[in-house]
Design a binder for this molecule. Sequence first.
Ligand code: F0G
Length: 351
Amino acid sequence: MPEARSLIDRYAAHLPVTERTPRLTLGEGNTPLVRAPALERETGLPEVWLKVEGQNPTGSFKDRGMVVAVAKSLEAGARMVLCASTGNTAASAAAYAARGGLSCTVVLPAGQVAAGKLAQAVAHGARVVAVRGPFDAALAVVRALAEQGEATVVNSVNPHRLEGQKTAAFEICEALGEAPDALFIPVGNAGNITAYWKGFVEASESAMATKRPRLFGYQAAGAAPLVSGRPVSDPQTIATAIRIGNPASWKGAIAARDDSGGAIDSVTDDEILSAYAFVARCEGIFCEPASAAAVAGLRKLARVGGLREARRVVCVLTGNGLKDPERARSLAGPIAEVEATPDAVRGALSR
Ligand code: F0G
């Protein structure tokens, strides 16, 4: 069976690649765009779609950017990649480095990385170090190490990451035959909202779309520097992926917001968890808590009638729910364990 075309091959004309760039691939991109009827009923919007980025090879959107960043590192003759991460970047860097034969070091905020992400980084053979402090402290360390020439940084401060990530905007335009009216996206280090805007601008300059969507970014209330306008020194949220106090792509996020006529707002942890449960139980899609911030934002804006002129909106579900199994389990009580008889099971179900 022929292998599906790699993301790099599919979008080579729009990416900073040459014939010499290795066609590295783990099958990233081409993720499903799924209709969300329960959200349509709740919001009253004619069309709500979910871009299910958790179906990427390592379970998050990071793979789109990582495949380009690692391929370019290989092309440049690098031997080692390095990143700071709340978990997903680490998982993706570790996997693509393994595939490309590079060594990988990841620096994580101690005690704040979901179990599945840590498992992935370790499984793919990355060297893992946890630092005391938030993601922002880890990124500062990584930048300092990189300045001393230790490795190629594959955080979104690496422009190849954003180039790869913009391909999700292309896919949305291709699937819908046009850009949506609005796009809802969680914001942490702010690379992805920056990348989507770049993608939609480029799509509107090509045959992929004739218009651009308004971008609505959502931070967690305890980690919302772009909403308050100043860095947060001790960011707090159950959505550990976006527990970030000083986003590297601050300017890119503000430009995406302003140029698109959108907004960046915050949602509380309760709103995030409610959206997380809603998407899992009513749409059948299991995303991670950070991803649910986009859905929480859509629900919040729809409630106050902020979307009257929009007909077709997309929420980006950035990561797979399996990344953070403990969070999912914490939403329900203990599971009954009984004798293996129909009566005992019936009894447990009726309690
Ligand atoms: N959703 C998920 C699941 C993420 O892992 C991240 C970021 C975001 C949203 C926010 O994207 O940073 O581009 O604004 N995760 C990074 C990481 C920080 O290290 O994995 P952003």
